[in-house]
Ligand binder design. Structure first.
Ligand code: HEC
Length: 202
């Protein structure tokens, strides 16, 4: 057993070879050891595979970028809604423990605004993204593209936004204009007067 005194610390080493290694590494509290890798490189994890990335890369843009192939009708959506959604969202999406998906149009500037897909959401494509990503609540991402398109068509229909014969796909869905599409304004960051009041302020 060797003892090796190093600056203010006293370290015990079991073998001569560890002692040599410690000396070569220049053990001193004043001279930090040069990192083996550039800073920020911790040799943890690995690059994700293309298949793993695809599992996360599911966002749909307002203009429809990212929408997959496939299509669905209002009628197909009605059947699926009865099987997978009605328990939480009520008949025709009128409400339940999962909240209302329909109604509320024209209430946003009232004292009791009712925000639903139909009254509030600016883009129809978000509906595809949301249903595919998160619904049904008890089994998210279990629906295939045709089913998501069909449910999207149905939810738009019960909001009076598309007709009973509507077919939703990657071309027709981005073309749907939502009632509240122009109800949003861009926040410029200036909602207070830029000059501080210094005199006679109220
Ligand atoms: C087990 C209950 C449950 C089921 C089943 C369910 N949902 Fe939901 N859903 C919810 C809850 C809870 C929320 C609110 C989630 C939140 O705000 O984070 C929600 C939110 C939503 C929203 C967003 C509403 C908004 O205005 O923000 C949509 C759209 C939606 N669900 C569609 C569906 C569709 C379509 C189905 C059937 C495939 C479905 N849900 C099945 C519970 C459910």
């Amino acid at each position: 057993m060797f003892t090796f005194e190093c600056g203010s610390c006293l370290t015990a080493f079991a073998t001569a070879s560890t002692l040599t290694a410690a000396l070569l590494a220049g053990c001193s509290p004043m001279t930090p050891r040069a990192p083996a890798q550039p800073p920020g490189h911790y040799q943890l994890g690995r690059a994700p595979t293309a298949a793993e990335l695809r599992g996360w890369d599911i966002d749909i843009s307002p203009d429809g970028a990212g929408l997959p192939a496939g299509s669905g009708t209002v009628a197909q959506g009605r059947d699926l809604f009865a099987q997978r959604c009605v328990a939480c969202h009520g008949d025709a999406g009128k409400g339940g423990q999962g909240g209302a998906l329909a109604g509320g149009q024209g209430t946003l500037n009232s004292k009791k605004p009712v925000k639903t897909v139909g009254s509030f959401w600016p883009y129809a494509t978000t509906l595809y993204d949301y249903i595919h990503r998160a619904m049904p609540w008890d089994s998210p991402q279990s629906l295939n593209p045709n089913q998501v398109y069909a449910l999207t068509a149905y939810v738009l229909h019960v909001n009076g936004i598309v007709g009973a014969d509507a077919v939703m796909d990657a071309r027709s869905l981005p073309a749907v204009k939502m009632p509240n599409r122009d109800g949003f304004t861009l926040f410029t960051g200036q909602d207070i007067a830029p000059q501080a009041c210094m005199r006679d302020c109220r």
